[in-house]
Design a protein around this ligand. Structure first.
Ligand SMILES: Nc1ncnc2c1ncn2[C@@H]1O[C@H](COP(=O)(O)OP(=O)(O)O)[C@@H](O)[C@H]1O
Ligand SMILES: [Mg+2]
Length: 510
């Protein structure tokens, strides 16, 4: 007679397991923690099961989402080498999601018509579903049987097998989740790596090519890099690209804006904290440690306080972090990339930034030029952003008209450089008709009418003058405006006449 144990009843009058079986369960729980591969673990489980239950054969069979395909993933047999099993028995257990036990299959009405069970000469068996809480179907079954000697499996045997099946199901589920996560992580890293590689940085002009060449040289060198340049010039893009093109690419890249957090918060964010160190302090790992083996990007480093600079300097020298309120130091291997849109050398001279810290981070310094100094890259950047936003908005785009493109090139983008250009293209892509070409009048007013009288006169941008040449041009213009009257010219300039004369002498101006 087929016997489906009553779960409700079992719960209230739980059968005690013998000491031997409790010891076996304990062994399995330990193995789960120590065996590396799931295959090894499942084999060990089947072994323990058939030894303890004195069964002839044991199998772990897994199924697919629909419960159609069955795969034996672990098996052991004391009686013979044949590991054929009855699919009908396994499917019954999977469909019912309940343990099925048969003391004597030859007399079992339920399995009377199951040819496979009889052909296989199965005398008695227990088949337990591998259940996962919250899953609709079991992952598979844990199965034992007798084919030679008749053996009546007891309710204690069922309880023991169900306990083991629970452990096996958790181990299988965790492994498959881990595998899924691992595969997803590899795919995501590949995608992110492609997106942020140095090759994706747009800059065909000399200035950007020079920067990229330096970056390639130091990519796998662990020295700290300092990126300087106005806001929106691409410092963070470069930092990210360095990380994702380096051997650290599979490890974390963590960016922290030092200006966005108050000092105490920045310290606990970077170094972590120990519970009770201060009111409300919790046990928390710092970002420097979380980025272990990866890269940390400290943006707006000029916003750090002197005390914070001392702490960071110590970290750079010792490569160890100690949590706020903690006593233990942990070795941390991260590459540091710092960025600042302020002149740090000047800040040091003005006593606003620590000299020792500046020299520690100023090992490889790369100055990212403002967009107006590499205008040759504007057409490529503009096309790139237009393509990106049109794709996002599912619109076809036909690029820019000649006039629109030259206005974009003419404009100085002094507020936010590449970011400003990107924002402008994103804005116009919202209003753009599907398949249209971007015309001059689609651009913001200020870009359409950029060239102010002053800029036209000095032509500062398009000819990239040196400071001395610019000064010369300026002095000439003002003297011309003052009709040759140097005292008046000096007044317009807001400098003493003697200073003007000194400058004119130095610049060899008559
Ligand atoms: N060379 C570049 N190629 C492609 N996009 C860029 C480039 N430089 C900057 N950008 C884009 O401009 C924006 C600002 O760049 P970001 O690196 O954040 O500037 P910064 O850190 O200097 O303030 C970002 O959206 C970035 O994607
Ligand atoms: Mg930035």
């Amino acid at each position: 007679m087929i016997d489906i144990p009553d779960r409700k009843e079992k719960k209230t009058s739980a059968l005690p397991l013998s000491k031997k079986r409790l010891a076996a369960l304990f062994t399995i729980s330990q193995k789960i923690n120590s065996i590396n591969t799931i295959k090894e673990l499942l084999h060990e489980i089947v072994n323990i099961v058939i030894t303890n239950l004195e069964a002839e054969r044991g199998l772990i069979i897994l199924t697919d989402i629909r419960g159609e395909e069955l795969h034996v993933v672990a098996s052991e047999s004391f009686s013979d080498r044949s590991l054929s099993f009855s699919r009908s028995i396994v499917k019954t257990v999977l469909d019912r999601d309940q343990t099925v036990k048969s003391a004597d299959l030859t007399k079992d009405a339920q399995f009377k018509n199951i040819k496979s069970a009889h052909d296989l000469n199965i005398l008695s068996f227990i088949c337990v579903p591998l259940k996962i809480v919250g899953e609709e179907r079991p992952l598979g079954t844990l199965y034992i049987d007798q084919r030679i000697h008749k053996k009546i499996f007891t309710d204690e045997d069922v309880l023991f097998l169900e306990s083991i099946a629970n452990l096996a199901a958790i181990a299988i589920n965790n492994t498959s989740l881990m595998e899924k996560l691992r595969t997803e992580r590899v795919q995501l890293l590949e995608e992110v790596g492609k997106k942020y590689s140095l090759a994706e940085i747009i800059g065909q002009g000399k200035a950007m090519q020079k920067i990229l060449a330096v970056m390639r040289l130091i990519i796998n060198d662990d020295s700290t890099v300092l990126l300087t340049g106005e806001s929106g010039t691409g410092k963070e893009v470069i930092a990210r690209a360095m990380h994702f093109s380096s051997i650290r690419k599979d490890k974390p890249f963590i960016a922290i804006n030092c200006g966005a957090l108050p000092e105490t918060l920045l310290e606990t964010e970077l170094f972590g904290s120990v519970r009770g160190a201060f009111t409300g302090a919790v046990d928390k790992q710092g970002l420097l440690q979380s980025a272990q083996s990866g890269t940390v990007f400290l943006d707006e480093i000029h916003h750090t306080s002197e005390a914070m600079q001392v702490k960071l300097l110590r970290f750079l020298q010792e490569r160890e972090v100690r949590r706020v309120g903690g006593t233990k130091s942990v070795r941390v291997d991260v590459r540091l990339i710092c960025a600042s849109n302020e002149d740090l050398q000047k800040a040091v001279n003005d006593d606003k930034f620590r000299k020792d810290f500046f020299y520690r981070i100023n090992i490889v310094t790369v100055n990212v030029p403002p967009l107006r100094e590499h205008k040759e890259d504007i057409p490529l950047l503009a096309e790139h952003f237009l393509h990106k936003y049109c794709q996002e908005k599912n619109k076809k785009c036909h690029g820019f008209s000649k006039e629109a493109l030259s206005a974009l090139v003419e404009y100085d983008w002094a507020d936010n450089n590449v970011r400003e250009l990107e924002n402008e293209i994103e804005r116009l892509s919202v209003f753009m008709k599907n398949g249209a070409t971007v015309e001059l009048e689609d651009l913001a007013q200020k870009i359409q009418h950029k060239t102010s009288a002053l800029e036209k006169r000095f032509d500062i941008i398009s000819t990239a003058l040196s400071f001395a040449d610019l000064e010369k041009k300026y002095i000439r213009q003002v003297i011309e405006q003052a009709k040759g009257n140097k005292a008046k010219a000096a007044r317009i300039m807001g400098i003493p006449r003697s200073t003007l004369q000194g400058k004119m002498k130095k610049l060899k101006l008559k």
